[in-house]
Design a protein. Structure first.
Length: 510
């Protein structure tokens, strides 16, 4: 399997999991936590199937194991689900252990057939698992142990309520395991709410960061990033390299730029379909593939275990300092040396300060000689905004039509009729030979003797569900400013009390 000795998380977690205890472990990516929970679960399954009689071995078996029982492993991404399934196949290659990866973007039928046939390990994303449960395809009462891999990442992606939905529907006497890069409040809250006094394992940041990884940062301008990126790859010539970008629209542009400059690269992001993402990862992992450069967003930063990566480049620094540790953790695995370069411009200054505070040491400043900087290369492709609608106004397949963008386009808006036709005084008898009152804002005839045209509206009874029935007042009986006695200087009639008060003051001052 390639293991010579246990990592710290494996040394701490495996004995506890073999005894059936609940565990909440803090461990960064690349510390061997996948093997830390897979190997003891496989051991417990084998002991349960063989029916051990030895008292010491009996503690490691699961009581009353049935053919329909299985272990459930929840992961945040599809790529991590496929990776865990590959590890199950590798560790259980000589054992009668079957597994299935359940996630969205793939057909239901193969997943249904595998679940009906019976498996021992189900590796799933929360969304697809809930769909299969509601379709009565998978029975969560058969879960004997549940593992949350990358729990903090799962909650950040909005799966907190989904995980609680799943935990409430599995047996209470199952084993509960959670592994996370940070044991924050949400993770610990779920661990203590659904776990039975879980044992906390804490692997510090200094131990999680590989000592054989050298990280450097280059302070350059935004326009100089393509030149430095290409120069670093040409100078070091890595066997395999991963380039991280914060923006999914930037991924394909970087891959296109490198490929045009004789550095074959592939891009992976959420813009690709699941079949395309699987094909890209398979080509990148293949030793026969000549495309040894992968451009990715943080969707590939967590959990992916690609052996042989000896260089990582951050095209932009991540906003979350933890993602910096996850990114550079892609290299320097299994005792091999690795290098990590970051291209920082003015807008990355704050992110760099947060990263150095998190890892508790300053990142070494990198420097390249002028002779090492390449010149005369094909320029970086400019960003082009592709509209999702065709000239006939219909949307392209799989996209929505945005008519607002069409209205804002001056070229398309030119020579088009206005949306609201303005009133013409020659056609509108009310507007003809009239002016707008300064106070009320209504049209008013210039000559008071002129008869105003009115609309004949019959009395209608309007019924409103929220209000009482009332009669609609005809338009010719509505209030008009000319009927206001204050505007015509007509004295108002005073009430009896007002006349008494006025008479009193007249007598007083006469």
């Amino acid at each position: 399997m390639g293991y010579k000795e246990c990592t710290q998380i494996q040394e701490s977690a495996i004995p506890l999991l073999l005894e059936g205890k609940d565990v909440a472990g803090l461990s960064q990516t690349g510390t061997g936590k996948t093997a830390a929970y897979l190997l003891p679960l496989m051991e417990r399954f084998i002991r349960s199937k063989e029916g051990e009689t030895d008292e010491d071995n009996k503690k490691r078996q699961i009581e009353a194991w049935k053919e329909t029982n299985f272990f459930l492993i929840l992961v945040p991404t599809r790529e991590l689900a496929e990776q865990v399934r590959e590890n199950v196949k590798k560790f259980g290659s000589h054992l009668e252990i079957d597994s299935i990866a359940v996630y969205g973007g793939m057909s239901y039928e193969p997943q249904k057939r595998a679940l009906n046939r019976g498996v021992q390990f189900v590796i799933a994303t929360p969304g697809r698992l809930i769909d299969l449960y509601k379709e009565h395809i998978i029975d969560l009462n058969q879960v004997r142990a549940i593992v949350f891999d990358e729990a903090d990442r799962m909650f950040d992606m909005g799966f907190k309520e989904d995980t609680k939905f799943i935990l409430k529907r599995i047996p209470k006497d199952r084993q509960f395991v959670v592994f996370s890069a940070t044991l924050n409040f949400d993770v610990l809250n779920v661990a203590y709410e659904f776990g039975s006094h879980p044992v906390e394992l804490n692997i510090s940041k200094d131990q999680a960061k590989a000592e054989n990884v050298v990280d450097e940062v280059f302070h350059i301008g935004e326009d100089s990033k393509p030149q430095y990126l290409l120069s670093l790859l040409k100078k070091h010539e890595p066997r395999q390299a991963i380039i991280f970008s914060n923006f999914k629209n930037q991924v394909q542009r970087i891959a296109e730029f490198l490929t045009k400059n004789d550095v074959p690269a592939m891009g992976i992001s959420s813009l690709l379909t699941q079949a395309q993402r699987n094909r890209v990862m398979a080509q990148f992992k293949s030793s026969e593939n000549n495309r040894n450069i992968l451009v990715a967003t943080d969707v590939a930063a967590r959990g992916l275990d690609v052996k042989g990566v000896d260089m990582v480049i951050n095209y932009e620094l991540p906003d979350d300092p933890e993602n910096y540790v996850h990114r550079i953790g892609r290299t320097g695995r299994a005792g091999e040396k690795g290098i990590a370069f970051s291209l920082a411009c003015d807008r990355d200054v704050d992110a760099l300060a947060r990263i150095e505070k998190f890892i508790e040491h300053g990142v070494t400043i990198g420097w390249m000689d002028e002779a090492d900087l390449l010149k005369g290369f094909i320029e970086f492709p400019k960003f082009e905004h592709k509209k999702s609608w065709n000239q006939n106004g219909k949307a392209r397949p799989g996209q929505k039509s945005h008519r607002d963008d069409r209205r804002r386009d001056k070229k398309d808006f030119k020579n088009k009729k206005p949306f609201h036709k303005r009133s013409n005084k020659n056609e509108n008898p009310i507007a003809k030979d009239s002016h707008r009152d300064r106070i009320t804002g209504r049209h008013q005839s210039k000559s008071s003797s002129e008869v105003k045209p009115t609309l004949k509206v019959e009395n209608k009874t309007i019924k409103n569900s929220k209000r009482k029935t009332y009669k609609h007042r005809p338009k010719n009986e509505r209030f008009h400013p000319d009927n206001n006695p204050l505007r015509k200087n007509v004295p108002l009639e005073k009430s009896a009390s007002e006349n008494k008060i006025i008479g009193f003051f007249k007598k007083l001052f006469s």
